[in-house]
Design a protein around this ligand. Structure first.
Ligand SMILES: *Cc1c(COP(=O)(O)O)cnc(C)c1O
Length: 520
């Protein structure tokens, strides 16, 4: 094995061969963590309770059988889960520029609020009189969301963006059926998030693609061409997944409405426009907001999401139960369709009221920033993305020309042409540099897409380092030092996985007899 600049090993044998193998398989304090079934064994236990005396078997005749759960001591359990948690890269640990996902910094103040006993310790089945504060909090959050979006009604209960899409589209379907106007098609631009066509399809619609024009946005002409009496609505993302503001959105909304269809806006990228543009002013009929992408709150491995949906005047009556109503100083929940006086809810989507902890975090974020602070967060998100764009545009390539972007900047793989390096290699090499890779190969309309979203909270210093590292990797690819990328990651606990084999021979069940064997 030889070393190149900076002492990086360049062994042809690949990633697992840094230095000499250790006896334990651990790499310094990076400890290999086996499955819990491989650590524990059924003969061991962490608690030592005496056999109960004279207790009757209460299994009602069910046969008692060993189920083979591994036994571990308390410290072993602790180590297992702490080590696993340390393998989960997080925005708290470093730059996490995952485009479209908006890995926002989540201030500790939010966590503190969510853990207040009056919030953390309550139960959704408590009598309403004992949870007035929680209901008021939901009501306040709803009011802020309506204020920021310029809409008329809101459903807080959807538990993620995709769940919110279902909520909004179910309201659209119900509204049209109520008019006796059953329609079968939903328009979805090619650059849409995969959840959009999936939502339409789940509701029984067929999906009609709308192609993007040269500059990466949707043209009103293309929408007009695709519209017809069979079209229920359009699902349009704004800012879109290419990081661009759909500047003809009002004209598109008008065309959609003229055709008797509704305008569903995928608001996952709302983080870029809070305080700048209100969907209600743009002709949007309903839109989900990912609280976890716009108003901080952890997501992915860090916690659940929350996807409230805002509705226009026309659609608000069809929003699902439950919702909070206020009578003077008393807050109560409308829990059933029958109880929703004057409304026509399409039904109910969740067992209780939504992700309470996320409501608290989002409202804490809103109140600590204020309206000016939230507007600045949007401006800073856009500024940071454009700073990255300006730092890389001379050596990486942008699919739609060099135009100002919103909160995320999109590159394609044209700059890697003839280097033998792919977008995947580039992403893996970023891991070696200590960065979570950007979103790759999405949106699908862009070849070898690299979608970078730095978020507003990255400092200039961290962006400078990020840009310099990506420039260095680009140079390595162009100058033929390609092994640095094609064999990456070299420094991660796991080398590059054989994704083809993982897809073709998935090992879905661990068994003590054949741990490494593929399941049939
Ligand atoms: C994240 C995202 C979604 C889905 O949101 P989830 O909370 O992950 O279900 C939908 N559309 C776009 C554009 C997104 O970025």
């Amino acid at each position: 094995m030889s070393m190149n600049r900076g002492g990086r090993p360049t062994s042809a044998a690949g990633s697992s061969n840094i230095g000499h193998p250790t006896f334990t398989g651990n790499k310094a304090l990076q400890i290999e963590e086996p499955l819990i079934f491989e650590v524990g064994n059924t003969g061991k236990t962490g608690v030592d309770l005496p056999e109960p005396d004279g207790e009757e078997d209460r299994l009602g005749g069910l046969e008692r059988k060993e189920i083979g759960l591994p036994g571990l001591t308390e410290p072993e359990v602790m180590r297992h889960y702490v080590r696993l948690s340390q393998k989960n890269f997080a925005i708290d640990a470093g730059v996490y520029p995952l485009g479209s996902c908006t890995m926002k910094h989540n201030a500790r103040l939010n966590e503190k609020m969510a853990r207040l006993p009056g919030i953390g310790d309550i139960h959704p089945l408590q009598p309403e009189s004992t949870v007035q504060g929680a209901l008021e909090l939901m009501s306040t959050l709803a009011a802020w969301l309506l204020e920021m979006t310029g809409m008329a009604g809101v459903a807080l209960s959807p538990k993620a963006g995709a769940h919110g899409e279902f909520c909004g589209m179910a309201a659209i379907k119900t509204a049209q059926l109520a008019k006796g106007d059953a329609r079968s098609v939903v328009l979805v631009p090619e650059s849409a998030h995969g959840t959009n066509p999936a939502t339409a399809s789940l509701l029984g619609y067929s999906v009609r693609d709308v192609a993007a024009r040269e500059d990466g946005t949707v043209s009103p002409e293309a929408v007009r061409e695709a519209l017809g009496p069979d079209v229920a609505g359009i699902m349009l993302t704004n800012p879109n997944t290419c990081g661009l503001f759909e500047r003809d959105i009002i004209e598109i909304a008008d065309a959609v409405h003229e055709a008797g269809a509704y305008f569903y806006c995928d608001g996952a990228n709302f983080n870029a426009i809070v305080g700048k543009a209100r969907p209600g002013d743009l002709g949007v009929d309903c839109m989900h907001i990912n609280l976890h992408k716009t108003f901080s709150t952890p997501h992915g491995g860090g916690g659940p999401g929350s996807g409230p949906v805002v509705f226009s005047e026309a659609l608000a009556p069809f929003a699902p139960v439950p919702y909070v109503v206020r009578d003077g100083d008393v807050f109560s929940l409308v829990e059933t369709v029958e109880a929703a006086e004057g409304m026509k809810p399409f039904g109910r989507q969740t067992a209780f009221h939504g992700q309470m902890g996320m409501f608290v975090r989002a409202l804490a974020y809103m109140m600590s920033h204020g309206s000016d602070g939230m507007r600045q967060a949007s401006e800073d998100a856009v500024l940071n993305a454009n700073y990255v764009r300006a730092g890389l545009r001379d050596i990486m390539t942008q699919p739609f020309g060099d135009q100002i972007c919103m909160h995320e900047v999109l590159f394609d793989d044209t700059f890697l042409k003839d280097t033998g390096v792919t977008t995947l290699d580039f992403a893996k090499a970023m891991i070696d540099e200590g960065f979570h890779p950007m979103t790759m190969y999405f949106p699908l309309v862009v070849h070898g897409a690299m979608l970078i979203e730095p978020t507003e909270s990255e400092s200039k210093a961290s962006l400078d380092q990020f840009i310099a590292a990506l420039r260095d990797l680009t140079q390595a690819a162009k100058e033929g030092d390609t092994e640095r990328l094609t064999g990456a990651p070299y420094y991660a606990p796991m080398a590059r996985l054989d994704e083809t084999r993982a897809a073709r021979q998935p090992i879905l069940r661990w068994s003590p007899d054949r741990p490494a064997e593929a399941a049939e």
